[in-house]
Design a protein around this ligand. Structure first.
Ligand SMILES: Cc1cc2nc3c(=O)[nH]c(=O)nc-3n(C[C@H](O)[C@H](O)[C@H](O)COP(=O)(O)O)c2cc1C
Length: 200
């Protein structure tokens, strides 16, 4: 079993001007960077140059694909838009497939309302499953987000969110570690299964 740090990038799932989710994603990246068992980076979907004139793997961005391929797990910061996820987040996620298989994902919901994006998280679950990602059972919720950060983008009640983030990360690290071991050491071949989802 290798002790090399896990690579768990954070996907900022909206391109909206004035997005509050950016503060949330940056807070998570900053905190994960302190850990010595995880490497991270911010993937801002604004910076992924893909066309909207097509969809799916044919419009894959090579850098996004390589980053997801390298990843042991993902964190998706998703704002809640009309109880769902931003269309552009889904558009970006749809450009990869084999890169996700048997990797862990933690979901972070962001909302103006009080429920912390619980509905966007619920709506992302079947998408995650179809992509081959394994969801953890602990989420992060940033409700009433417009009141959570000061004018410099710092969390006002930092201690509360640090505690939640630690629980979330401990679970995500465990799942990512187990799955990394599984991808490397446990063969699927003999059981007649396949590395790529062929149930579409
Ligand atoms: C198109 C759209 C739909 C939204 N729908 C919801 C919603 O269903 N529930 C909610 O709590 N907030 C909703 N909001 C507010 C966002 O959750 C809020 O803007 C929050 O800051 C997170 O999104 P942001 O990162 O774009 O700022 C919506 C915002 C937009 C732009």
């Amino acid at each position: 079993m290798t002790n090399t740090p896990l690579f768990i990038p954070v996907i900022l799932g909206t391109t909206r001007q004035g997005r509050q989710s950016e503060y949330v994603a940056k807070f998570i990246v900053e905190q994960i960077a302190i850990r010595d068992d995880v490497e991270t980076e911010l993937i801002d979907i604004r910076n992924i140059p893909i066309t909207t004139k097509d969809a799916g793997e044919s419009i894959k961005d090579s850098l996004f694909s390589a980053t997801v391929e390298r990843a042991d797990g993902l964190i998706i910061v998703a704002p809640e838009y009309n109880h769902g996820y931003p269309g552009l987040l889904k558009h970006v996620l749809d450009t990869c497939l084999k890169e996700y298989i048997h990797k862990a994902v933690g979901l972070c919901g962001v909302s103006a309302g009080p429920f912390g994006g619980t509905r966007v998280i619920q709506n992302l679950l079947p998408v995650m499953r179809e992509l081959g990602l394994i969801t953890i059972f602990y989420d992060l919720n940033f409700g009433n987000v417009q009141h959570l950060f000061d004018e410099h983008g710092n969390l006002i009640d930092k201690q509360t969110y640090l505690r939640r983030l630690e629980q979330f990360m401990n679970e995500l690290v465990w799942m990512s570690t187990v799955l990394r071991y599984g991808r490397r050491e446990v063969s699927l071949e003999k059981k007649g299964s396949t590395q790529v989802n062929d149930t579409k």
